[in-house]
Every structure is written in C-alpha cells, then in structure tokens.
Design a protein around this ligand. Structure first.
Ligand code: NAD
Length: 344
C-alpha cells in the first residue's frame, strides 16, 4: 500500500483530516495546505467522486491552489479546501452538514470554509449555526462574481497596455468566452471603455442579447478562441488553453477569469514562445475571494476595492520577472506564491 503523502498532489500540506460521522453518513476530507499567512481558507465542495481517492486528490490540489491564490492577492489567509463525498446512499442533509461543521469548529479557526460547487448559500447558513469559521454568508460578501469581474477588467487593461501599448481599451478587440457572472460583468466594463466585443456563450441567446445591448458581435463557441481579436478572455471553463487552441490563436493576450486555464501546465511556455502574454488565472481572478474573505481582518469596502486595485500591479510583477528570467508567467506566479508562503 502506498501512503497518501506520496501522491503527486501532496505538497507538504500542513494537515489533511478525514472526517467520518456514522449517524449522518458524512465522509469529508479537509486539507489545509498552508497557514503561514493566516487561516487556511477555501470553499467546501459536495461532489460525487467515482473513487474517494479522486476526492482526496481534489482536496489536495485545490487547497494548494487556494494557498497560492490568497498569497498572491495579498490576503492574510492561507489555503485550504474541503470535500464532502456524496454517494448514492448519502444525500446532503442538515445532519451531515452539522457533523461537518462541528469538525471545522474543532480545528479552532485553522480552516475557514466558504461556498463551492454543490453547496448553496442555505448550506452555508446551516454550517454557520455550528461553527464560526464560515466566510461568504448572505449579506457578508455575497456574490463574488462582480468583484472578480472588476479585477479581471483591471488585469485585462494592464495586459493590453503591456502587450499592445495602449492606454485604454478604445478600439481594442476582446473575445470574451463565457458571459456569466464574471464574463458578463467584464463585457460591461469593456463596452463602457469602448472595446470592440466579440462574445460567445453556450447559451447563444445570451451572447446575442449581450452583443445587441453592449455593441459587438456574437460568434459560435467554436470560433471564439481563434477569433480575430487582440485579447482572448476565457471566462467559462478550465483547460481550454491547449496545444491546438494555441496554434489557432490570433490574439496577443490571454487574460480572463476562468480557473485552471492551462490544460496540462506546459502551455504557459508555449504561449511565451509564441509571444502571447498570459495573465496567470489565479492572480487575475482573485477579486471574488478578496471580497469573500473580508471578515478575516474586518476589511471595509474601501480596503476591498484597494486590494482588487492591486491585481494589475501583481500581474506586472509577474510579467517583469518573466521577462527578466525567461520563465513563463505561470511558473513565475507559482514561484512568487511559494516565496510568500515560505516554501521557496
Ligand atoms: P457562470 O456560471 O456565472 O458563467 C459561466 C458562463 O459560461 C455561462 O454563461 C455558461 O453558459 C458559459 N459557458 C459554459 N461553457 C461554455 C463554453 N464551452 N463556451 C462558452 N461559454 C460557456 O460562472 P462564473 O461565476 O462567471 O465563472 C466563470 C469562470 O470563472 C469559472 O471558470 C469559474 O471557476 C471562474 N471564477 C469565478 C469566480 C467568481 O467570482 N464567480 C472567481 C474566480 C474564478
């Protein structure tokens, strides 16, 4: 039998707890990667994994991701993540959530949870009645999308200035993939500054309606990544930057809010070799988490906005280091995050 800490996704996580509660049928994994900068913060996911090992991998990978993201956002928070393992015999119940929340409470604030896939705002309220360590409750943080969209907009502008030499977005052609909470918000900001919009969403009606409202054109989801654009902004799915999609790219910049855009990790180098500027996803899309974690140090609206305003400067630091060292921006961002969490 191999020990789980020899898994490739194990990265000296500070602790990984498996929580079982027989009465409610709960099986949860709480992984805290780092508390170097503050409590390990990150969402709880309720998901049906084909194999519990997949849940463990997800918890390990996502908690490390949160360490990097929170560090690069300048937050007084480390990284953690929890997964609740769903199966055919166990649906999510109030008893199960209560058992999970008691486990979170038992960690005395070393892990702070928030909403993730498969969890609702109501579930967060249920957790809160059993533990204080919950972020992003209704009325406290709320929908992270608009905050993420503003940070992505500022990051897109910084990328445009750097790669295209423009001072504002007037006439800059931006292809936006995904027009939900983040991509839709971004499109509004871009339209306001006079960018030329090329829009795509699997919901074609949404793309058409937004193009009519904001000005611009709607194209098919197949055409968006290879559109005649200056900037491609992925705001839908992960793993969309592949060797093939890079071959077809006409844009000079990739900057968008989607998580885990690089399909395998090696695409950062390919983009660099083709002279395409990449904004590392977890640096540009931190606006939402900046707001969700506002209660950690009682940050007010002005402070939240100031933190989001610093996203372009962090990206510029990454790009400067990339230029100086020849390493791709994704590798540089990881290195900077590791340094911030004392793991360089
Ligand atoms: P959302 O569900 O509100 O919007 C996603 C949109 O993408 C939907 O309109 C959907 O129809 C569309 N879409 C799905 N597949 C598509 C495809 N193949 N081509 C084109 N469009 C497609 O989600 P969101 O909150 O806007 O998040 C978007 C991305 O940003 C996700 O990757 C998410 O993980 C990431 N992200 C979001 C936040 C946030 O604050 N919401 C924060 C960080 C990262």
């Amino acid at each position: 039998m191999t020990a789980f800490w020899t898994e490739s996704d194990f990265d000296d996580h500070e602790f990984v707890h498996v929580v079982r509660d027989h009465a409610s049928g709960l099986t949860a994994i709480i992984a805290v990667h780092s508390t170097h900068l503050g409590p390990g913060a990150g969402g709880t996911r309720f998901w049906h994994y084909p194999n519990p090992k997949d849940g463990l991998r997800d918890a390990l990978r996502l908690s490390r991701g949160m360490s990097y993201k929170n560090a690069m956002a300048g937050l007084p928070a480390g990284g953690g993540k929890a997964v609740l393992l769903a199966d055919d015999a166990h649906t999510k119940t109030a008893e199960m959530l209560a058992a999970f929340a008691r486990a979170v409470e038992g960690l005395n604030g070393r892990y702070i949870t928030a909403q993730d896939v498969g969890m609702s705002q109501d579930d967060m309220v249920t957790l809160k009645s059993h533990t204080d360590h919950v972020a992003g409750l209704p009325g406290q943080g709320g929908d992270p999308g608009p905050y993420t969209a503003r940070g992505v907009f500022l990051g897109v502008k910084a990328a445009a200035e750097r790669a295209l030499g423009v001072a504002d977005m007037r006439g800059v052609r931006v292809a936006v993939q995904g027009l939900g909470s983040v991509g839709g918000g971004l499109a509004h900001y871009l339209a306001k500054e006079g960018a030329e919009l090329i829009l795509a969403d699997i919901n074609q009606d949404r793309a058409t309606a937004m193009a009519e409202k904001l000005g611009g054109i709607a194209v098919s989801t197949d055409a968006i990544l290879s559109a005649e654009a200056d900037i491609v902004s992925p705001n839908a799915l992960g793993a969309i930057i592949t060797e093939q999609s890079i071959d077809a790219l006409k844009a000079k910049v990739i900057a968008g809010g989607a998580n885990n855009q690089l399909a395998t990790g090696s695409e950062g180098k390919m983009l660099q070799e083709r002279g395409i500027l990449y904004a590392p996803d977890y640096v540009i899309n931190a606006g939402g988490i900046i707001n969700v974690l506002r209660h950690i140090d009682d940050a007010d609206d002005a402070e939240i906005n100031a933190r989001i305003d610093r996203i372009p400067a962090r990206l510029t630091q990454v790009w400067d280091k990339s230029l100086a060292t020849g390493q791709s921006p994704d590798v540089i961002a990881d290195g900077m995050a590791q340094e911030l969490i004392g793991r360089a």
